[in-house]
Ligand binder design. Structure first.
Ligand code: CDP
Ligand code: MG
Length: 201
């Protein structure tokens, strides 16, 4: 696939909607030059949320568990879970509760290396340590420690696909092909055309 046609899936999670951040979040991806080719508001069921996170398969489950267990170890604490998989399963259950708590906004953004670009703008998973200037870093403050106390997911406003293959699978879960729009955006000519023809009269 052409780099400029790369697509990524973004979800404004229930906390983002409740914090009145839909406009701010859309603005950021829009102003960097990405093209919005699909958008909808949904109240996901826990099953939809589970299916969304399980596109990464067993591998995601284990790796998310490994990361969480490593963070317990770093803090000198004992993980309440015996194996990374068990820990991953707990994260999955928490995420299903989080994502199905209320309305979310699901979007497809397209443009040059959209997947890593959106990850960069969104920021790291834990908002307390996400960089300033990223959406998670600028607009919220949750931490792994606080989330663990409440046995809940880290509230970080946004889901953004991690890899192109993950994006394509996630897009197929949330959108029917006819809901994905193909259209010309005038700004694309300024971003991608080899010659900036047509500006001068
Ligand atoms: O969203 P991101 O790709 O940055 O992180 P992930 O590792 O794919 O995890 C998905 C989501 O699960 C995160 O955005 C968090 O909301 C949640 N999570 C959590 O609550 N606790 C963890 N230890 C890992 C993830
Ligand atoms: Mg992820």
């Amino acid at each position: 696939m052409e780099a400029t046609k790369e697509r990524t899936l973004v979800i404004i999670k229930p906390d983002g909607v409740q914090r009145s951040l839909i406009g701010e979040i859309v603005k950021r991806y829009e102003q960097v030059g990405l093209k919005l080719i699909g958008i909808k508001m949904v109240i996901p069921t826990p099953e939809m949320a589970q299916a969304h996170y399980m596109v990464g398969g067993e591998e995601w489950l284990t790796s998310v568990g490994e990361k969480a267990m490593a963070s317990y170890e770093k803090k000198g604490e004992k993980s309440p879970f015996a194996t990374p998989r068990e820990c991953g399963q707990a994260v999955l259950n928490r995420n299903a509760r989080y994502m199905s708590a209320g309305p979310v906004v699901v979007m497809i953004w397209q443009g040059n290396r959209a997947v890593p670009l959106v990850r960069k703008m969104t920021g790291g998973t834990e908002p307390l340590s996400s960089d300033v200037g990223t959406i998670r870093g600028d607009f919220t403050l949750d931490s792994y420690a606080l989330a663990d106390l409440g046995e809940r997911s880290v509230r970080n406003l946004i889901h953004a696909s991690g890899e192109v293959s993950e994006a394509e699978k996630e897009i197929a879960i949330w959108f029917k092909p006819e809901e994905i729009l193909s259209y010309r955006l005038i700004a694309d000519e300024i971003l991608y055309d080899i010659n900036l023809d047509g500006i001068l009269e």
